[in-house]
Ligand binder design. Structure first.
Ligand code: PLP
Length: 400
């Protein structure tokens, strides 16, 4: 009989996938369901990027490349880090993988021994926890509250650090809350880290270019140069250039870490896709004006969604600074009764009610580590968002 490895113990199918599957099942059965669960931009990859990939294919760029990124792409990434972040990385300090996800996976696999701890502020992208577990580490969650703008409290961080802490993962703008750190908001957190040299930093900057209201993007290694030597700055083309399916992400960090990550990659994927690397090169070197246009479109949708949610009695929503998620609280509907007599006892119940009674699929906050909340991804056509919010308002109005 089949037997899974012990390292998979406790790692289940994600709640997001489970809800997505349930929504698709209802759709196939004829129900009209709007899915607000996807973590990807609804834009198509810009044509010049696709064209660069096609040209590369025709020119024979169809073979294995250098293990952790072809030199031209590493040079473009180094230029990007300098241009956007004021960070200096040589090619030996850059690693390219199949998405930011593989870059983070490589870093954890390359560094964690059994029992090593990784601090993860929650609510968080659920994958962090399971990626740490698969690498043999222990995720240590650090609860953040809405009152703190979903940013970690420095004293709580200090208390969570032990001699076994190897990493903290910081994600700004963040999934699922959309909260972002300015340089000043990073400062107290980074000051704590300065006192604990055993703790390295994974800065997941994947939503860098989806940042609103004219805020200046900040990243830990630039805010506190003393942390550069123990920070992996992770980014990628998925969210910025609507390239989720191409699977290219990258990280900048000290050469010894990058070399260890290359060992992991060499025995898993050998190299990122050659054609996708050509596409990512075109994305990073080409005109960057599409970034602002896509960001402005997301900001308009954020405002629509936040305003509509705050007009619904029982729900309340902070106006996030970035990414394409909102994380409204639903404490005001907990304890309510649905028209068919069910009690809404949790955010899971509320999301199930929205799915079945309103035809809107969203993800409960408990799946990200904080209840009672839910996550809406608003990377969806504005007409569909309007309809989804009208449905949520009508459904909530039926609660007693
Ligand atoms: N980091 C965060 C916080 C994310 O939300 C996601 C995707 O949902 C990723 C990383 C993955 O990015 P990539 O497509 O580059 O692997």
């Amino acid at each position: 009989a089949f037997r899974a490895a012990a390292r998979l113990g406790g790692i289940g199918v994600s709640e997001i996938l489970r809800i997505g599957a349930e929504a698709l099942r209802l759709r196939q059965a004829g129900a009209n369901i709007i899915i607000l669960g996807a973590g990807e931009p609804d834009f198509d990859t810009p044509d010049p990027i696709k064209e660069a990939a096609a040209q590369a294919m025709r020119a024979g760029a169809t073979k294995y490349t250098a293990l952790d990124g072809m030199p031209a792409l590493k040079a473009a990434i180094a230029a990007k880090f300098r241009r956007d972040n004021g960070l200096d990385y040589t090619p030996a300090e850059i690693s390219v993988g199949a998405g930011a996800k593989q870059v983070i996976h490589n870093a954890l696999m390359a560094t964690l021994d059994p029992g090593d701890e990784v601090i993860i502020p929650t609510p968080c992208w659920v994958s962090y926890l399971d990626m740490v577990r698969i690498a043999g580490g222990v995720p240590v969650t650090l609860a953040c509250t809405e009152a703190n703008g979903f940013r970690p409290d420095p004293a709580a961080l200090e208390a969570a650090i032990t001699p076994r802490t190897r990493w903290i993962i910081l994600n700004s703008p963040g999934n699922p809350t959309g909260a972002a750190f300015t340089a000043a908001e990073y400062r107290p957190v980074l000051d704590v880290l300065l006192r604990h040299p055993q703790v390295w930093v994974i800065a997941d900057d994947i939503y860098e270019h989806i940042l609103y209201d004219g805020l200046a993007f900040a990243t830990p290694a630039a805010v506190e140069p003393e942390l550069w030597a123990r920070t992996l700055t992770v980014n990628g083309v998925s969210k910025a250039y609507a390239m989720t399916g191409w699977r290219i992400g990258y990280g900048g960090g000290p050469a010894a870490l990058i070399r260890a990550m290359a060992v992991v990659q060499s025995q898993s994927t050998s190299c990122p896709s050659s054609v996708s690397q050509a596409a990512a090169l075109a994305a990073l070197k080409g005109p960057q004006d599409g970034l602002a246009a896509r960001r402005d479109s997301f900001q308009a949708r954020r405002d629509l969604v936040v305003d509509a949610l705050n007009a619904i009695p029982g729900l309340s929503c902070l106006r996030p600074q970035g990414a394409f998620y909102v994380f409204p609280g639903c404490a005001g509907v907990i304890g309510a009764t649905t028209p068919d007599g069910r009690t809404i006892a949790s955010d899971r119940d509320f999301c199930s009610f929205l799915l079945h009674d309103a035809g809107v699929a969203v993800v409960p906050g408990s799946a990200f580590g904080l209840a009672p909340y839910f996550r809406i991804s608003y990377a969806t056509a504005i007409e569909e968002l309007r309809e989804a919010l009208a449905r949520i308002a009508r459904a909530v109005a039926t609660l007693r």
